[in-house]
Design a protein. Structure first.
Length: 295
């Protein structure tokens, strides 16, 4: 039987016997420490626990300019970005000036809404609140504004939201005050965002401010911004008419449930291209969905 002698740490020669043949091999003595000694690892990276604080931490005075200068000095930047939308306490254009614009808070608020006129003597409706809440409108106008809404005028969107077309609001106002007896006055610039357009309007009826609301409308392509601006005006009109009681039922949850149960139906529809199915709402007296969704 073959015999084998294995390497020992204290002996160099090792003989291997296989039958009648002898094989001699030489090996170097291994060290008692087969691996080199470990070295101390470098200190791991530690995230700094301190960070630049806000300007308000270093500036305790009410001087906004001093706060901004302290913030710039701490963070290593002398450039202070301007506000995209100026706040009510607007800073002066030059950062290096010693003081900021201050407001006279000791002046009491007006007890009545007075008219604000321009240089030509006309009311500036972008700032004026003339006639707000002064007195009720004539009873004839009130009856028209507060009249119950006709169910035939109400429409429903596929997602189930009921609404009154904006032209119906204009017809109610024309009937209550007459054409030319009311109007929408813009109170802000048009705000055009990446996907939405908005602007604030004031509803003026018979020379009196009635309500102020901001209209908004989404758009998907820059070429549709003009249409979205016009749609935001109609959206502001609808919101202003809530203060006059026009179509107030549309914000009543009980009326919404009863109207949808009586005049609307929820159906399954399939998309013509994607073949996706989902539930959609429509009036019972309208035609079935045809394209791109089909019942």
């Amino acid at each position: 039987m073959a015999s084998r002698t294995f390497l020992s740490r204290s002996k160099l020669p090792v003989k291997l016997f296989a039958g009648n043949n002898v094989f001699a091999r030489s090996y170097a003595i291994t060290s008692s420490t087969p691996y080199p000694p470990r070295t101390a690892l470098a200190k791991p990276y530690q995230k700094p626990t301190t960070r630049p604080l806000k300007a308000s931490t270093y500036a305790t005075s009410t001087d906004k300019t001093a706060e901004l200068e302290a913030f710039a000095e701490i963070n290593g930047s002398a450039d202070i970005p301007a506000e995209s939308v100026p706040s009510s306490r607007v800073l002066q254009a030059s950062v290096g000036r010693e003081s900021a614009v201050t407001e006279d808070v000791s002046k009491p608020l007006p007890t009545t809404f007075e008219s604000v006129t321009d240089s030509n003597g006309f009311t500036d409706w972008s700032r004026s609140y003339q006639g707000l809440g002064a007195q009720p409108f004539p009873k004839e106008s009130i009856d028209v504004l507060m009249a119950p809404i006709d169910p035939l005028d109400i429409e429903v969107k596929p997602e189930g939201l009921i609404y009154l077309p904006e032209i119906k609001y204009r017809r109610v106002l024309n009937k209550a005050f007459g054409p030319g007896g009311w109007g929408l006055a813009p109170r802000s610039e048009t705000n055009v965002g990446p996907k939405i357009v908005s602007r604030e309007y004031a509803l003026i009826c018979l020379g009196r401010l009635v309500a102020v609301a901001r209209g908004e409308q989404e758009y998907f392509d820059p070429s549709g911004i003009a249409t979205a601006v016009e749609a935001s005006k109609s959206n502001a009109l609808m919101r202003c008419c809530k203060d006059l009681g026009v179509a107030s039922e549309l914000w009543d949850p009980r009326f919404i449930r009863e109207f949808k149960a009586k005049h609307c139906v929820e159906v399954f529809a399939e998309h013509a291209t994607t073949k996706k199915k989902k539930k959609l709402w429509r009036r019972k007296d309208t035609a079935k969905f045809d394209y791109p969704w089909k019942e």
